[in-house]
Design a protein around this ligand. Structure first.
Ligand SMILES: NC(=O)c1ccc[n+]([C@@H]2O[C@H](COP(=O)([O-])OP(=O)(O)OC[C@H]3O[C@@H](n4cnc5c(N)ncnc54)[C@H](O)[C@@H]3O)[C@@H](O)[C@H]2O)c1
Length: 434
């Protein structure tokens, strides 16, 4: 089948590449000409493991093409996925500017039936607004559908997630729209497994916000438990293991640490709270989830301050800038809280991240970054771990101790065993463990 995907970011590019790998003919569109230029040259505009291979293979096979033109995308395929950003708006609600732009442009170029699919994370009822937009700007009297198909992939494992989904949620208003989407996903589901769930558009839209908010709630829950563990003298990792073996709870998303970040959880929880408010429901539970997450960073900062006493002129090595390992995405990453705060306190900062440096430096060009962990920690008074990269887990602790001015670690990801690391002579602070 022919498919257009508008928005060639973390979601759109992975989705387009995986659709083409499943045998479809795909045109990926972005209004950022730099991104499209890079893609034409075979260079990935984002870091996602395995993406370059899949893109190269399908470009070579002629199944995957790139363009900056929505007119071209509208003419190319009957089904158009919208995968543009929905960043937080001024008041925290999702900003629908880009989704609206795409709806309008597609409408202006439509001459026969088109199915517009919301792949971006959008608030419930977005489809109503999108339909209204299309109707306003349609130049020819033609049929169309709007469907919701929220994306559940995770950066860092996006290819695996997109090719082996646990579920494909599809919200449709017509048999035709549902059948088209089922046809698109058939080869992926046949190969990778997973359930195809048809539901109403509003239910599909809501499923995404409800899922992400639930996961964020799990993280905030364990972070709240971590604080109690410290007060009570318990170990949050042992508690989480004891909880997680209960299949009703499950072990995932029970890692205490510096709190959740990234381009999805903070903005999606916020958008869900705003949506609930707008519908007349005060979602207090989620407001508390947000509050715990916000104060979790402050909680870790307090440990740094207590340890250093005077922060000014201390050398702090930051291990990890990306919001999680295996991605270069720094949106809402904890590093964006710690770096400016520590700069305000006049600490001397040096950072290490294998792929996140470029995007972080677009925001903080002044930050000194190095590509070697030991060079980063050289003469440091404290190492602050913000991302659980494998290289950090595997660091040679004896060597690390030798290069530091003072062997102190504040571990925002609970990577090391407190007893073992203290036995090596480190002062070690983590989250939810004494
Ligand atoms: N990143 C994730 O892990 C993830 C997972 C699930 C869902 N989502 C959701 O998917 C959506 C996209 O997220 P992302 O991380 O891929 O964002 P992104 O910022 O990486 O990509 C969005 C792309 O859309 C392009 N764009 C914006 N307006 C456009 C327009 N009018 N025409 C053409 N292109 C346009 C931008 O240039 C950009 O390349 C968001 O709603 C997000 O919440 C993201």
């Amino acid at each position: 089948m022919k498919i257009s995907v508008v928005g060639t970011g973390y979601v759109g590019l992975v989705t387009g590449a995986c659709f083409s790998d499943a045998g479809h003919e795909v045109l990926c569109i972005d209004n950022d000409p730099k991104k499209i230029d890079l893609l034409h040259k075979g260079v990935m505009p984002i870091y996602e493991p395995g993406l370059d291979e899949i893109v190269a293979r399908n470009v070579k096979a002629g199944r995957l093409k790139f363009s900056t033109s929505i007119a071209e995308g509208t003419a190319f395929a009957e089904v158009i996925f919208i995968a543009v950003g929905t960043p937080p708006g001024v008041g925290g609600e999702a900003n629908m500017t880009y989704v609206e732009q795409v709806g309008r442009q597609v409408a202006e170029h439509m001459t026969s039936y088109r199915l517009l699919v919301e792949k971006s994370t959008v608030p419930a009822k977005t489809s109503e607004y999108l339909k209204r937009t299309v109707l306003k700007y349609l130049r020819e009297d033609t049929d169309f559908d709007v469907a919701s198909n929220p994306e559940f992939l995770r950066e860092g494992t996006a290819i695996e997630d997109a090719t082996h989904p646990d579920r494909i949620v599809v919200g449709v208003e017509s048999q035709r729209a549902g059948d088209l989407l089922e046809e698109i996903y058939r080869p992926i589901l046949k190969k990778g497994g997973g359930q195809f769930l048809r539901m109403s558009v509003t239910s599909a839209e809501l499923t995404k916000h409800a899922s992400n908010s639930f996961l964020a709630m799990k993280i905030s829950y364990i972070n709240a438990v971590a604080r109690i563990c410290e007060l009570a003298g318990a170990d949050v990792q042992q508690v989480a293991k004891g909880m997680g073996l209960d299949p009703r709870i499950g072990p995932r998303f029970l890692s205490a640490g510096v709190g959740y970040g990234g381009s999805c959880f903070p903005k999606d929880v916020d958008a869900f709270v705003r949506l609930a408010d707008a519908l007349g429901h005060d979602f207090k539970l989620l407001k508390e989830v947000q509050q715990i997450n916000k104060t979790q960073r402050e909680y870790v900062m307090k440990k740094i301050k207590q340890e250093l006493w005077v922060v000014q002129d201390k050398t702090i090595a930051i291990f990890g800038l990306a919001f999680k390992p295996e991605t270069d995405d720094v949106r809402e990453a904890p590093s964006l809280y710690f770096v400016p705060k520590l700069q305000e306190m006049k600490a001397k900062l040096r950072a290490w991240d294998p792929v996140g440096e470029g995007k972080f430096k677009e925001i903080h060009p002044e930050l000194e970054c190095v590509q070697d962990l030991y060079e980063c920690a050289k003469d440091a008074d404290l190492v602050l771990i913000l991302t659980e990269w494998d290289a950090v887990r595997k660091i040679d602790l004896k060597k690390l101790k030798e290069v530091m001015a003072c062997p102190v670690i504040v571990d925002g990801r609970n990577i090391f065993n407190p007893e073992e690391i203290r036995a090596l002579g480190f002062t070690y602070h983590s989250v939810g463990r004494n």
